[in-house]
Design a protein around this ligand. Structure first.
Ligand SMILES: NC(=O)c1ccc[n+]([C@@H]2O[C@H](COP(=O)([O-])OP(=O)(O)OC[C@H]3O[C@@H](n4cnc5c(N)ncnc54)[C@H](O)[C@@H]3O)[C@@H](O)[C@H]2O)c1
Length: 323
């Protein structure tokens, strides 16, 4: 049995769906916060709830009593935990730093405290982020190199989760895989992310702000490739006999400029956007680039979906969802 935290979120929804299609039992947990429009979270859940092996609990991970009340009876059945609940977004963290401490660090500690003595738990796979590389991300850094220079509270909270995982591995012999995601995009994506806003604005003929004059570079990664690589990690490590506490990049090794990404979006929608070019925002990284050398060797990391194909799929989903 799997516990997926953040199951109503973008990545949590896709991972839950994949596992349910494989006939696995999934317990989903999410507090359905209002960081972005909740309606899309409920729409995602509606799909997951069609599977009889899916059970959902609306719980805040910070609420120890409620969490224990609802999850205690499954505690000794849950073998794998995929922890995707958390507060995402670099820009939001500049103005709301406290929520990152609460929902990324504190809630993670609460989850680990709950499961630290579980006899059944084999592996905790948790979401970290490419942002932990700071500006060193432009140097094609290997995931095994220690990082110490985050430039936002968001990335510092993710780096803290990596450190905390080391602690629980050492104290309680819990097994961990951290995954650093790189700008994930695709159907059912996050409305706060650039590509999503872009599609809404282009549809409504409204102008859109392009940060750093479109010169940011990102390893844009299609959601199906994220799911594919997480499934590979689970297969490889779920029965690991040795103590495990590692971190991997999951991301398209091809880093492209925002300008190029916009160009493909425009060509694929057949519409030109009204663009307002603005300067770089504090906390934003200039470049993220996913180095998957280690990942290819260890679990055969793959990037299957080319940008144009991913964008076409995103656009066709967006059209059908916002009819
Ligand atoms: N999407 C990306 O490009 C990306 C990149 C790097 C890292 N990440 C990380 O991956 C994880 C999943 O990202 P996502 O894009 O699916 O984000 P998301 O916001 O769509 O999903 C996160 C879910 O967690 C829930 N949540 C937040 N705090 C909670 C709490 N205290 N208790 C219970 N539920 C809570 C939210 O309601 C939300 O549905 C996040 O940790 C994010 O920081 C995502």
């Amino acid at each position: 049995m799997y516990l997926i935290t953040g199951a109503a979120g973008f990545i949590g929804f896709h991972i839950s769906l994949e596992l349910l299609k494989k006939n696995e039992k999934v317990i989903g947990v999410d507090n359905i916060n209002n960081y972005y429009d909740k309606r899309i979270k409920y729409s995602r859940l509606k799909i997951l709830k069609q599977f009889p092996k899916f059970k959902f609990f609306k719980i805040d991970l910070n609420n120890k009593i409620n969490f224990s009340k609802k999850i205690n009876k499954y505690k000794n059945k849950i073998e794998l935990i995929i922890h995707l609940a958390g507060q995402a977004g670099v820009r939001y963290s500049i103005f709301n730093p406290g929520t990152y401490i609460q929902n990324n660090i504190m809630s993670y500690v609460q989850l680990l405290e709950f499961f630290k003595n579980s006899s059944k738990n084999k592996l905790i796979l948790y979401a970290s982020s490419s942002s932990i590389y700071g500006e060193a991300g432009s140097k094609n850094t290997l995931s095994s190199e220690a990082q110490t220079k985050p430039i936002s509270v968001y990335s510092a909270s993710k780096l803290s989760m990596e450190l905390i995982s080391n602690v629980y591995n050492s104290l309680y012999k819990m097994n961990f895989i951290g995954v650093r995601f790189f700008s994930v995009y695709g159907p059912w994506g996050r409305p706060d992310m650039f590509y999503f806003k872009f599609l809404q604005k282009i549809k409504n003929n409204k102008p859109i702000e392009i940060y750093n004059f479109g010169n940011h570079h990102r390893s844009f990664t299609y959601i199906d490739d994220v799911v594919l690589n997480i499934m590979k990690l689970i297969k490889k490590f779920k029965n690991s006999k040795r103590s495990l506490c590692d971190i991997f990049n999951i991301g398209n090794p091809k880093s492209i400029s925002l300008k190029k990404f916009i160009d493909v979006l425009e060509k694929s929608t057949g519409k030109k956007a009204k663009k307002i070019y603005t300067k770089k925002h504090p906390g934003d990284l200039t470049v993220t680039r996913s180095n998957v050398k280690r990942e290819k060797n260890i679990f055969n990391h793959e990037t299957r979906v080319p940008l144009k194909e991913g964008i076409m799929k995103l656009i066709s989903w967006h059209k059908s969802y916002y009819k």
